[in-house]
Every structure is written in C-alpha cells, then in structure tokens.
Design a protein around this ligand. Structure first.
Ligand code: SF4
Length: 673
C-alpha cells in the first residue's frame, strides 16, 4: 500500500493527511503526525475525505447540450465550444457580458489560471468565487483597518493565549481542529469567551457565554470595548505608537453602556462585564470568528468592530494574540490570494492601479481591463437582467449556495451560454450547456492555502475517473483557444509563474513546501515565511480605527421568526461530496429546521412533524426538530440539502462595502403541515 501525503479537501484548517492507495484506488485516509496544524489528528470529515472519490456518480466524460439533452462529447469539441461561445458573446455584447466563477475547492494554480482566463482571455474583471459569500467582509474590513484581510496568527499560537473570544463560529463542528486547539488552550488556563445566539457545543463549554440576539454584534462588541476602555485596560502605548483615529472611536463606543447593549442585544450587563474583564485583563488575547460574524448585510461593520477591539487592547503582532477569521473552504484564502476577485490580481494588487496593471500586462502579454468587475451575486443579478450572457463556473454550485435560489435559477436559465467544470452532477450542472468532468483533490497536484495563510501541497494519489481532467489543464486549454500563451508542463510551472507576479508568494516553490508548507508573505526563495503578521508595522503604516454603529433592525409582523442558516458537522457546503460519503450521510441523512420548544408549542408543531417555512423570497416544506440550543424567536436550518434548499428562503440583501449577502438573519414564518 502506498501512502500519499496531501491536504484535506474540506475546511480551512488545512489538516495534513495521507491517502492510502492500493491497486490505483484510494482505500483510506490517516492523519499526518508531522503536520503542524493537525499534529496527528483529523475530524470525522477528514478521516472520510477519500470516500467520495470513487463514487459511481462521478462525471467521467464531457457533455454538451443538444436538442435539450446532454450528450457525450470529446474534450476537443467541449473546450472549443466553450472558448468560441464565450468569445462570440464578448465580441457581440462586450467584455462585461461574460464572467468566470472560480472555486475555493480548487487549487491555487487553478484559481490563478481561471482568473487569468477571465482577465487575459476574456478581457473582463468579472471574476469571483465563494469568498464573496463568506469572508468578503474580512477582506474589506481587516484590509481597511490593518492593511491585510488575512488571519494574523497561526492556529497553534492560540495555545499561548490567555483569553480567546470566539464569535460567530460553530468551531467544534466547522473547524474541529481549531476547536481542539482552543479547548487545549482553555485546559491550560486560557479564558474562553463565546458569543453566539445558538448554544453550540463550544458555547456550552465557554467560561463566559454571551448570547446576543441575531444581528446585534456591533452593539455588544462596542459595549465590550467601552467597558475595557472605562476600566483602563486599553494598551495606550500600542494605540499611540501604531494606530490612528482612536479619539473618534472612544467617543463612538462611549454610548454603548451595558444597559444600552442589553436593550439591543439581550446580553445581561453582568455577562458583558465579566467577558470584558476576562478579555481586557489578559496579557495575550485573541479573537476567532467565522461566518456568524461576516454573513450579514453589515458584515464589514462587524469585522471592523472586532478589529477595533484587538487594536485598542494591543492584541496584534505577538504570539498568542491576533484576529483569526476562519475560512470555511480549504482554499478560500488561496483563491483570494490568487486574484479570483473582481478588483485585484494575485497578491491583492489592485486592477485600478496603473503600475500593478502594467506589471500584469507585461507578464501576460496582453492589455487588461482597468475597472473592477462584478461580484458573484451581482453577476446573478446581471444575468437575470440580460447584461451577463456567458458564464464559466469552476466547481461552484450557486443553485445551492447563493442567496435567493429562485433568482439564481432565473439568472442561470437566462444566460445564452453556461459551462461548468465539476466532479459530480449538481443542481447547477443541470442548467449547463457544457459540462466538463474535473479531477478531485485526490487526483491532481497543486497547492491549497489554509486559513492561517499556510501554502501546502496537494498531491495526486490516484488517476481521475474516465476522461476527467485536472482543471489546470482545462484553464490552460481554454486560454490557448482564446489566443493567450499557456504552455504549462505541470502545476509546478504555474506556481513558478504565480511566484514571479505575486510579491507575497515570491519565495514559494514546490521543493520548499515539504510537509509543513510555508506561510505568506514569503517574498523570496530564502525567506522563512511569516507566521505572525504586523509584528513591527502594518502594510498601511499605522492601523486605523473605524467607529461603527448599529442601525436598529426592525421586526416584520408578517414574518415574526428569524432564520439563520449554517452547516453541520457531518456535511460540507452544498453536500456534493459529503452526501456521497455513506458514513457521513448516515449520521445526518435528511434536513430539519431547528426550533425552540416554546415557538414550536405556540405554533402547534411537534418535533419530527412537517412544517412550511416561508419568507419574502420563497417557501419550502421540511421536518421540524425542537431544541433549546436555538433561542425563542430564532430558527436554524443547514443549507446542505437539495431536497429542501435553505437558500430558497434567503434574499440577496448585500453589505454595501463587501457585497456579501445576508444569510444569517432572514425574517420567516412557520406553520404546521
Ligand atoms: Fe479536514 Fe477541517 Fe476536519 Fe481538518 S478540521 S480534517 S481540514 S475538515
């Protein structure tokens, strides 16, 4: 049996594992004991990460729609049809009429080449990916405050923390190996503060639990900071030497007294005071957050409030401190780093900056468009209105993951041409004109960048099924058909090009990555990588405080409950891989909406009974499950299940700064079936 060292395909922890191979088949997985993040451990999804690889549903040959039916084609025919149709649309309707959605499940090399396909091949900046739906507010908020939207400190550094604030993160279920590290830190004496409207497992283990009402983060974070400042617990030297704008911040948070915070958030003053003392008095404190913080129409303001907290307490640039946005997919960080975003090239070089654009034009040998393109959800709106006519999607399933599924369906159906590269048939491939069978993580070489900025190797363990191909080959073939030179003998050569045009990846090369990988910035081949950001200075000189306020959210008597969506331990995102992993699907085989017993009793709903959930966007029928882990007035529903897609109910209400949609607070009503 061979054991191939690679990186887990699921969450952003980026655990190292071995795929066990016998007779050309992946037969199992075990943890890599030498890996710096996972340290010989995996969560249940990691142990089962190879179980979907040989599933009979895998796409094995290219398909083209003819006479309303998908029929088998050759690669030559499918690639040529894709390149020619996108080119025709661009020539007839302009470059704004075409777009590319890449995937945070794809490698860095794939994301880089698909961004290049959009910009150099199709001459459009309409390129985006799932980060728009998860950490766009981190890129916008932390970028503005600190000069970088990335996690500042390594996961293992949490072991040195004296206090850890976890907010908007169901860490034990969604980033289990980060949770294991947090709980190890707690067992060594760190105070664990958890803020979440739901009583998640990590919330139930907290030393200080805050249970704010949905959507009130800015109020309680400002209130926490106000108490810290009033208690004389600010780091005055850090504020004086390394930041700007503190006086305006201090003034702005002063109105968030414990009583005001209680009125807005429901958090009792004594709980807020205890949490403020635990965080403010800790010599080294860290903040960990995820999509409960970001997936709001004020997501950027939530992130800015957390940035204010770590800046005012001087909790940056040192071991055991930091602000840690946990990425949901294993390569959200890398896909952003690679410029799969409408406003930046790789390394966050702005498309509007003539110097950066000039460098990329010289490297890619072509003129590039100067204005930022459309974001992911804006592309759906543009498609519905007929402004976007041709779309290439790599490894994404917008029919399940984007808000307002009804709108997304109308948008994708309105396109003149849709091509999708995927490993399994999905609700989105069902609408495509061309489907290209892709290799899974176990069947290709490349790199992923974990949530802590660690660039790590992905290694081919087994051959792809049938005619499926790694998407590096797909992107390169499309680039060549669009007249852009793209002769890469291997993904390693793509990484060499990435390093040559991306200052923060300048010293990254496959031979240097080994088992531990390297954390960026790693600007040259002798650089050891950077585990802790902002040690001496910020990329913007002084970090900036941004005062933020909470606009009071009204209630809607027609839709009196608030729906919050999320994920479960046993499934990943739209379920295309985990629902084809028998042991995971056995644990959670069907959807259920979680309701507090009080709400259920008031509506005459019993646990296990059917209900109709309705919002202004749509309605669906599903089973109800009563649990007091959700507070009265709130219902929770995971979005993994095609038979009851939660995003039928959500709306495309966007945060104006980051353009992330509101997934965490949708007014709904429920009635018994
Ligand atoms: Fe994979 Fe995340 Fe589990 Fe690690 S914690 S094994 S990366 S799913």
């Amino acid at each position: 049996m061979e054991m191939i060292a690679t990186t887990c395909v699921y969450c952003g922890c980026g655990c190292g594992l071995f795929i066990h191979v016998e007779d050309g088949r992946a037969v199992g997985v075990s943890p890599n004991p030498a890996h710096p993040i996972s340290r010989g451990r995996l969560c249940v999804k990691g142990w089962l990460a190879a179980d979907f690889v040989h599933h009979p549903d895998r796409l094995r040959a290219p398909l083209i729609r003819r006479g309303g039916r998908m029929v088998r084609s050759s690669w030559e025919e499918a690639l040529t049809a894709t390149a020619e149709r996108l080119k025709e649309i661009r020539e007839e309707a302009g470059p704004g009429a075409v777009g590319v959605l890449t995937s945070a499940k794809g490698t860095n090399e794939e994301n880089y080449l698909f961004a290049k396909l959009a910009r150099a091949g199709l001459r459009t900046n309409n390129v985006d990916h799932v980060a728009r739906l998860c950490h766009a507010p981190s890129v916008a908020g932390l970028g503005a405050a600190l000069g970088s939207g990335a996690m500042t400190n390594p996961i293992r550094g949490l072991l040195s923390s004296d206090a850890i604030l976890v907010t908007g993160s169901n860490t034990t279920e969604q980033h289990p190996l980060v949770a294991a590290t947090i709980l190890e830190a707690q067992s060594r004496g760190a105070a664990l503060i958890v803020a979440d409207p739901r009583r998640t497992q990590i919330a139930s283990l907290a030393d200080h639990r805050l249970a704010p009402r949905l959507g009130t983060d800015v109020a309680w974070i400002n209130g926490l900071l106000n108490l810290i400042l009033e208690g004389g617990l600010a780091d005055e030297e850090f504020i004086r030497e390394r930041t700007a704008g503190f006086d305006a911040l201090k003034d702005s948070v002063s109105k968030y007294t414990p009583e005001v915070v209680e009125k807005i958030s429901g958090i009792p003053p004594r709980d807020l005071e205890a949490a403020a003392a635990a965080f403010g008095e800790a010599p080294r404190a860290a903040v960990v957050y995820a999509m409960g913080t970001t997936q709001h129409s004020n997501g950027t303001e939530n992130v800015l409030a957390l940035a204010n907290l770590v800046l005012a307490t001087g909790n940056l640039g040192r071991e055991g401190t930091g602000i840690c946005p946990l990425r949901g997919h294993q390569n959200v960080q890398g896909a952003c780093d690679m410029g799969a975003l409408p406003n930046v090239y790789s390394g966050y070089q702005k498309v509007e900056d003539p110097a950066a654009r000039g460098r990329m034009e010289a490297a890619w040998g072509t003129d590039l468009p100067p204005a930022p393109g459309l974001t992911a959800v804006e592309m759906m709106e543009a498609a519905k209105e007929g402004r976007l006519k041709g779309l290439f999607i790599s490894g994404e399933n917008p029919m399940m993951s984007y808000p307002d599924r009804g709108l997304v369906g109308r948008a994708l159906e309105s396109l003149e041409f849709l091509a999708v590269a995927e490993i399994f048939p999905t609700e989105t491939t069902a609408l495509a004109d061309v489907v290209l069978p892709a290799a899974s993580f176990a069947e290709k070489d490349g790199t992923f960048t974990s949530t802590e900025r660690r660039v790590q190797r992905v290694r081919r363990a087994v051959p792809p099924p049938g005619e499926a191909r790694p998407e590096v080959e797909v992107a390169a073939a499309l680039l060549r058909r669009l007249g852009v030179p793209a002769e890469y003998a291997s993904p390693e050569e793509v990484m060499a090009e990435i390093a040559s045009v991306t200052p923060s990846y300048g010293g990254i090369s496959y031979p240097r990555l080994g088992t531990a990988g390297l954390s960026w910035p790693c600007p040259d081949p002798d650089h050891p990588g950077t585990e802790i950001l902002h040690k001496e200075s910020f990329p913007i000189g002084r970090a900036r405080f941004f005062p933020v306020d909470l606009l009071a959210a009204g209630s809607d008597p027609e839709y009196p409950l608030l729906l919050t969506t999320g994920r479960s331990l046993f499934h990943f995102h739209t379920g295309s891989m985990t629902r084809r992993t028998p042991l995971l699907d056995r644990e959670l085989p069907k959807p259920a909406v979680e309701m507090n017993p009080e709400d259920a009793a008031a509506l005459g709903v019993r646990s296990g009974g059917g209900v109709v959930v309705e919002s202004a966007s749509g309605s669906l029928e599903v089973e109800a499950r009563t649990t007091d882990s959700v507070p009265p007035g709130t219902v929770f529903f995971p979005f993994h299940f095609a038979e009851a897609p939660a995003n039928l109910l959500t709306a495309a209400d966007l945060d104006p700064r980051s353009k992330i949609p509101e997934f965490k607070r949708t007014p709904v009503r429920i009635r018994r079936l």
